[in-house]
Design a protein around this ligand. Structure first.
Ligand code: GLN
Length: 209
């Protein structure tokens, strides 16, 4: 399983560059995704941080919403950070009435959950299944997961402070989401985990023929 999988980064808005760099370092071949034909070609997709309502609108403009939902239903691995987490949710609180989401993970996410006064903060998280100690997490107007469905594995929660215990990283099958931005710290462990899921998905598909 040494082949470099082709991993798209949804490039409508947000911190696309940072994910491209991280994916490259993790042994994937990153590529920008702005149209349905590009989405069809990738083995997995990253949904970057940014502004979820803007990305939602652009998904409709670029006619990507339904193709993306279809690929997620068919099992495409995906990773969303921050706004990407919001987009992957099955239900979103405190968003615009016309915002669309992708139902990639059975979870309810609250936008800007940490409050306006805490625009951004950092914390050291224990991240399930990762070696080498806690992960420095950068939160920027971040959401949290208010409800995680039965099939959803909680990977990390806020360790202390007023939001202690809030869920900030989850996985359901091959879909991973974090409230924070692993793409900005240089800690590649979440991207590595994701690229590994993509490789496994690709190997399974290749086996099937
Ligand atoms: N607050 C943003 C939103 O609602 C997410 C912030 C981010 O991605 N850094 O989409």
């Amino acid at each position: 399983m040494t082949a470099r999988p082709l991993v798209g980064v949804l490039a409508l808005q947000g911190d696309v560059r940072e994910h491209i760099v991280a994916l490259e370092k993790c042994g994937a071949t990153p590529t920008l995704v702005r149209r349905a034909s590009e989405l069809a070609a990738v083995d997995g997709l990253v949904l970057p941080g940014g502004e979820s309502t803007t990305i939602s609108k652009l998904l409709q403009t670029f006619e990507l919403l339904e193709p993306l939902r279809a690929r997620l239903r068919a099992g495409m691995p995906a990773f969303g950070s921050c706004a990407g987490m919001i987009l992957l949710a099955s239900e979103v609180l405190d968003t615009r009435a016309d915002a669309e989401h992708l139902h990639g993970i059975d979870m309810t996410v609250r936008r800007n959950a940490f409050g306006r006064q805490v625009d951004s903060f950092e914390a050291d998280l224990d991240f399930a299944g990762l070696d080498d100690g806690p992960m420095r997490a950068v939160f920027i107007r971040a959401p949290w997961v208010e409800r995680a469905g039965e099939g959803v594995e909680v990977l990390a929660t806020v360790p202390h402070g007023p939001a202690a215990g809030r869920i900030v990283a989850v996985r359901q099958g091959a879909v991973v989401a974090t409230s924070f931005h692993p793409e900005v710290t240089g800690d590649l462990r979440v991207h590595e985990l994701f690229v590994d899921l993509v490789r496994r998905g690709k190997a399974e598909r290749d086996d099937l023929g």
